[in-house]
Design a binder for this molecule. Structure first.
Ligand SMILES: *[C@@H]1O[C@H](CO)[C@@H](O)[C@H](O)[C@H]1NC(C)=O
Ligand SMILES: *[C@@H]1O[C@H](CO)[C@@H](O)[C@H](O)[C@H]1NC(C)=O
Ligand SMILES: *[C@@H]1O[C@H](CO)[C@@H](O)[C@H](O)[C@H]1NC(C)=O
Ligand SMILES: *[C@@H]1O[C@H](CO)[C@@H](O)[C@H](O)[C@H]1NC(C)=O
Ligand SMILES: *[C@@H]1O[C@H](CO)[C@@H](O)[C@H](O)[C@H]1NC(C)=O
Ligand SMILES: *[C@@H]1O[C@H](CO)[C@@H](O)[C@H](O)[C@H]1NC(C)=O
Ligand SMILES: *[C@@H]1O[C@H](CO)[C@@H](O)[C@H](O)[C@H]1NC(C)=O
Ligand SMILES: *[C@@H]1O[C@H](CO)[C@@H](O)[C@H](O)[C@H]1NC(C)=O
Length: 772
């Protein structure tokens, strides 16, 4: 549900699995992420279904010794539902109530705008700090997690400490040593650019005969820079044969999103991008006039790449993106690139391919047009473009003078006026996940995190809720009238075989596993850029080396990054994942009534399960293979129902920026939100049938069912800067928080019933949409 990153997966963002087209964010290298700050907010998983979720409320956690909820069993009895259950006055309930009251605006009629009713107080009372692009309940929980991680990584290295933890601490320390970084200035950047071949606009005697774009790709790969600037290259799971891996080539992620670039050079974000290019070049020593002209040409080149890249809207159909061909066929179709050599130079020496190897070409049209364009483009332009990308991806690791330029640029994209505190940036670098299939230090940080902070009691409760909510999804499947029995049977099989990963894998407790995982990686405490480049090279080798290895779908490594506030569905594994980080705060608390947990983490669980059956997830079968298991009439009925959702959200307008939501790009998330809340609600109703009515909260006049909806809405209370809201709408797969509440709730009959909303009210429209 929230931005995330991940690997080849599809996601509500992202945990690790993703499928073939990693989300935009995932495709970025760690270096690029630094640059494209804006991205950090959205996960834009073009293809990836991984879903992220998030939110939180800081004040809710109750200490381990506080009293537990009054035992609901005491009320269980045949006549229990008629009994007035009274008010819960435990500490847990009081804190829960206080947080709800703080977020609400009871002046608003819940039938007019439930988001304002539940979150209006949050919106009114929240000021977005200068160093943030948005404030969300999820973000507040994230901040707390960052603080916990900070404590862990700031502890001094102990002499006998296992190496993986030393690596993390060294990386953190190298990032924190600002005086060292300042003293070096832009020297490390100039040196590395020279090693990469030289940025023409900085070199008075730049010689075009020394440059080919292909050689630059090899050099970038060797030195730890991204090899994906012209053509994206990955080793990923084969979507049609998902226990095996395959090579995939795709259009690249650009320095500025296609959605902005294609608007032309007059768009304010594009102007800011050009200005950033010029200022960076000038700071590194370029002549301004040359820089303006050279980077204008490079930008025109990049705009053309954007022009013939497939838009997000057209990347949701995985079959369309599955174009297998052998290297020989590829060579015939796209003769200007020496494919066999190209690929073998990127792969590790031990893993080489021959010309009968089959690979996937995601967007053949891109390669065709790229060949044409590159053959007509001056080498100076090609080199200026790719060296700009390298420079931009290194900016985060340089001195403040350079970083200031980056901040000015991201300010235009996100509205953020100041950098976050250094420790937070350094914590994020240590915790970050990387492009799909690659390894980062997230497993080592996750091990530190769960060993110190995770309470195992959350695991059992979460498992119980997964069982419950899966059951209500199965009940819905059985009731649905528009499904034929064959398709229904396959859907039931898929839901039953969905694998669940909760908290963290036990291997994170074993030092020996972690030591083996990071074998060969070196980090020093005084070379920040060097560390990041080492990590990128190590992570890339790790991913590419796996080409011939079978995929282990329950592997602890890809499910072992628990220090994150997010949740995921992985279509290629048919699995859901709820990392330790999300099993707390506003999402889950064992010391508050169940309606609160069902509304929050319950909704998220339902959301992830439903991702298996959204417009992308439904393309995969129970084993995680791309396979059409839908009978034609049922498929048509399904598509009509998704069309209802596409139009409904496509007609919603974010007033602050006067932009309509993108109904197509957000459909997967919207289908999952609508299905998820329904499943959670039904699961809670059957919990009450088994256990009896729960008590209400102090100071609030609402019934248990009403509190279920209020709890759910609290997950999405948020405030965005306008720039950041625009970015999210143009490039994100998740609807903004307000619409994640208003959309799903207004499609739910039980919601209108619980709040007595007449059908003349906006929250109870005549036309309702849902798939599940
Ligand atoms: C920063 O690095 C310098 C040079 O390696 C070192 O002398 C200094 O102690 C470091 N400072 C911190 C705070 O680690
Ligand atoms: C899956 O890939 C493996 C290895 O390339 C191959 O041997 C096998 O036949 C493939 N299976 C299917 C169903 O295509
Ligand atoms: C791409 O370029 C072509 C030819 O210049 C133009 O007609 C088309 O509108 C452009 N498409 C986009 C999405 O910018
Ligand atoms: C860009 O804006 C300038 C000044 O506002 C205008 O003169 C120019 O025609 C615009 N160019 C394009 C391509 O729209
Ligand atoms: C997906 O693309 C394939 C191949 O281009 C096409 O046959 C199929 O109809 C598309 N599916 C949908 C739902 O549009
Ligand atoms: C990067 O790795 C190399 C080889 O493993 C090592 O010699 C070097 O010291 C590492 N760099 C840093 C900054 O740790
Ligand atoms: C897959 O990974 C799990 C967890 O790491 C491990 O227990 C299992 O043995 C692995 N399976 C195979 C076939 O390697
Ligand atoms: C808005 O809804 C109408 C009718 O349902 C539909 O025709 C139109 O395409 C929708 N607009 C968008 C942008 O989705």
């Amino acid at each position: 549900m929230q931005p995330t990153s991940n690997s080849n997966g599809v996601a509500l963002n992202q945990p690790s699995k993703s499928f073939r087209n990693p989300p935009w964010w995932n495709r970025r290298t760690r270096l690029e992420r630094g640059l494209l700050v804006s991205a950090c907010v959205f996960f834009v998983t073009c293809a990836a279904l991984v879903v992220a979720l998030a939110s939180t409320n800081s004040a809710l956690r109750v200490g381990p010794n506080s009293e537990s909820m009054p035992s609901p069993e005491a009320l269980v009895d045949d006549g229990a539902e008629d009994t007035e259950p009274g008010i819960c006055n435990t500490k847990g309930c009081v804190r829960t109530a206080a947080a709800i009251i703080q977020n609400m605006d009871e002046e608003v009629d819940p039938c007019d705008n439930f988001y304002e009713f539940a979150c209006g107080g949050f919106v009114k009372n929240t000021i977005i700090p200068d160093d943030k692009t948005q404030m969300t309940t999820f973000g507040i929980l994230n901040d707390k997690l960052d603080e916990q991680v900070r404590i862990l990584v700031e502890e001094p290295v102990k002499p006998d400490e296992p190496k993986p933890f030393q690596l993390v601490k060294n990386l953190y320390q190298s990032c924190m040593n600002k005086s060292l970084i300042e003293s070096l200035g832009v020297k490390p950047m100039n040196e590395i650019l020279k090693k990469l071949g030289g940025w023409p606009l900085l070199e008075p005697n730049w010689d075009p005969t020394t440059f080919t774009w292909i050689e630059s790709v090899y050099r970038f790969r060797k030195l730890g820079y991204s090899n994906d600037y012209f053509i994206d290259f990955s080793v990923t799971t084969d979507v049609k044969n998902s226990t095996y891996r395959i090579i995939d080539i795709d259009q690249p992620a650009l320095g500025l999103s296609r959605e902005y670039l294609t608007k032309g050079l007059n768009e304010s974000e594009v102007k800011a991008y050009h200005k950033y290019q010029v200022e960076l070049a000038v700071l590194l020593g370029a002549d301004r006039t040359t820089a303006v002209k050279d980077m204008r040409d490079a930008l025109e080149f990049e705009t053309q790449l954007a022009n013939f890249s497939l838009p997000r809207e057209e990347r949701r159909n995985v079959t369309k993106l599955y174009n297998p061909m052998t290297i020989s066929e590829l060579q015939e179709k796209f003769p200007s690139i020496p494919w066999l050599e190209y690929i073998n130079r990127l792969l590790p020496e031990k893993v080489q391919i021959a010309s009968d190897e089959t690979i996937i070409v995601t967007v053949p049209e891109y390669i065709t047009k790229f060949q044409q364009l590159i053959s007509q483009t001056d080498k100076r332009v090609q080199a200026n473009y790719v060296m700009w990308r390298a420079a931009a991806s290194s900016v985060s690791y340089m001195s403040e003078s350079v970083r200031k330029l980056q901040l000015d640029y991201t300010n235009t994209l996100t509205g953020k006026g100041e950098r976050e505190p250094r420790w937070r940036e350094c914590t994020s670098v240590a915790t970050a996940r990387s492009k799909s299939g690659r390894i980062s230090l997230a497993n080592a940080v996750g091990a530190l995190y769960v060993r110190r902070y995770f309470k195992d009691e959350a695991r059992a409760s979460a498992m119980e809720m997964v069982t419950d909510i899966r059951k209500s999804f199965l009940d819905i499947l059985k009731e649905i009238e528009w499904m034929d029995s064959l398709t229904r049977g396959r859907a039931i099989e898929k839901a039953n075989s969905m694998e669940t990963h909760i908290g963290y894998p036990k291997e994170l407790m074993e030092d020996s596993k972690l030591i083996e995982l990071y074998d060969g990686l070196e980090m020093s405490n005084n070379d920040y850029l060097g560390n990041v480049l080492n990590l990128t090279t190590f992570g890339t080798d790790y991913a590419y080396r796996k080409l011939r290895e079978r995929v282990n779908k329950t592997d602890w490594i890809s499910h072992g990054r628990p220090a994150v506030i997010n949740a995921f569905y992985a279509p290629l594994e048919n699995s859901i994942q709820f990392p330790a980080g999300i099993l707390q705060g506003v999402f889950f608390d064992s010391e508050r009534p169940r309606y609160m947990n069902y509304g929050a983490i319950g909704w998220i669980i339902g959301h992830e399960i439903s991702h298996g059956f959204d417009d992308q997830g439904r393309q995969f079968d129970a084993d995680g293979n791309l396979y059409d298991w839908w009978e034609p009439t049922t498929k048509n009925a399904y598509l009509r129902r998704t069309q209802c959702i596409i139009y409904q959200y496509g007609n919603m307008t974010a007033k602050e920026v006067n932009l309509k939501l993108n109904g197509i790009n957000t459909q997967g998330e919207n289908i999952a939100d609508i299905g998820g809340i329904k499943e959670a609600y039904r699961a809670y109703q059957s919990w009450v049938q088994r256990n009896g009515q729960e008590q209400k909260l102090p100071g609030l006049k609402y019934s248990s069912n009403q509190l279920f909806w209020i709890s759910a809405a609290n997950v999405w209370c948020n405030k965005y800067r306008p720039e950041s809201l625009k970015l999210r709408i143009l490039t994100g797969v998740h609807s903004p928080g307000e619409f994640r509440v208003r959309g799903p709730f207004s499609n739910m009959e039980p919601f209108s019933k619980d709040f007595n909303c007449p059908n003349t009210k906006p929250m109870n429209p005549k036309e309702k949409c849902s798939v599940w």
